[in-house]
Design a protein around this ligand. Structure first.
Ligand SMILES: [Zn+2]
Length: 294
């Protein structure tokens, strides 16, 4: 019994040491300059659907207010996400664009900061990967982002996401890698006079909680995040089954309050502050998904 106790306490000490080491490593992985103090950076967010950026809206509003230049690129039009039988794919693609542009306006971003590559919702994994990566490489070289925000492809293991999200994670990872090699997709360079571009900072969203190493205090931007979130009425209200237009006031009584409550409740609170959490990576794209190996 005594021996077992000793082993247990040894294990506890060992465990604490390991946790200590991991914590140290996580600290190193955080940005040297806190995200709240970033200025003058170019930031590109790649998502699969119009609204995938919503979970980062506080951070995007903050970065925009601090003179960073932000672009949001969405791979699909979001043209199948409805249960309303009255809507066609074309109708929905238009609605989703309108919602996205309205949401971006709330966080201070004009329509000129929105790029949609027009792929079909739900089938991104069947799109021509060569073509999608080529298009992403083009926009990376055109905007020259300092920071890429994207779905977390995973750290040491592949993170499970639903289909378009997991596809978007890996397409973005592959494109960020390809963009740095001048002989890859060299049409951009020869014909469009763009330059190869290396992105060395990443903020990954949507990953496993234990991998997240960076908290962004969005307290001063939480209201903007909520206002932006309430623009997605076709997704997060009874508009999902019965779309009645973009104005939440046109929906049945109580819907507006419910929607605001829903968006508000998604904001994480840590130590009394509203926060958004990310996994930050600094380094070449090849190493974004794994720790140092021997
Ligand atoms: Zn999505």
């Amino acid at each position: 019994m005594k021996t077992l106790k000793r082993i247990n306490s040894f294990n506890q000490v060992f465990f604490l040491l390991i946790v200590g080491l991991i914590s140290d490593e996580e600290c190193i992985a955080q940005p040297e300059i806190p995200v709240e103090q970033w200025k003058g950076k170019i930031i590109l967010l790649i998502g699969a659907h119009p609204d995938d950026d919503q979970q980062s809206h506080g951070t995007l509003a903050l970065l925009n207010a601090n003179d960073n230049q932000i672009y949001i690129l969405t791979l699909t039009t979001g043209n199948v996400g409805t249960k309303d039988p009255k809507l066609s794919q074309t109708d929905l693609a238009k609605i989703r664009r309108q919602e996205q542009v309205a949401a971006m306006k709330e966080i201070g971003l004009g329509e000129n900061r929105y790029i949609n590559l027009g792929y079909d919702d739900g089938r991104l994994e069947f799109a021509d990967r060569e073509e999608v990566v080529g298009k992403l490489v083009h926009f990376i070289r055109k905007f020259k982002p300092d920071v890429l925000m994207m779905f977390d492809p995973g750290y040491n293991y592949q993170v499970w996401h639903k289909s378009d999200h997991r596809t978007a994670a890996y397409l973005a990872a592959d494109a960020s890698r390809a963009a740095e090699w001048p002989l890859m997709y060299e049409g951009d360079i020869i014909q469009d006079k763009l330059e190869a571009h290396l992105i060395s900072e990443y903020l990954f969203y949507g990953g496993n909680t234990k991998d997240k190493n960076t908290l962004v205090d969005i307290s001063n931007f939480a209201n903007q995040r909520v206002e932006a979130g309430t623009k997605y009425v076709s997704q997060w209200t009874s508009g999902w089954d019965n779309y009645l237009g973009p104005d939440i006031n046109d929906y049945p009584e109580g819907e507006k309050e419910k929607l605001y409550e829903k968006i508000q409740s998604r904001i994480k609170i840590v130590d009394g502050k509203s926060v958004e959490r990310f996994r930050y990576h600094k380094g070449i794209p090849d190493t974004m998904g794994h720790e140092r190996r021997d």
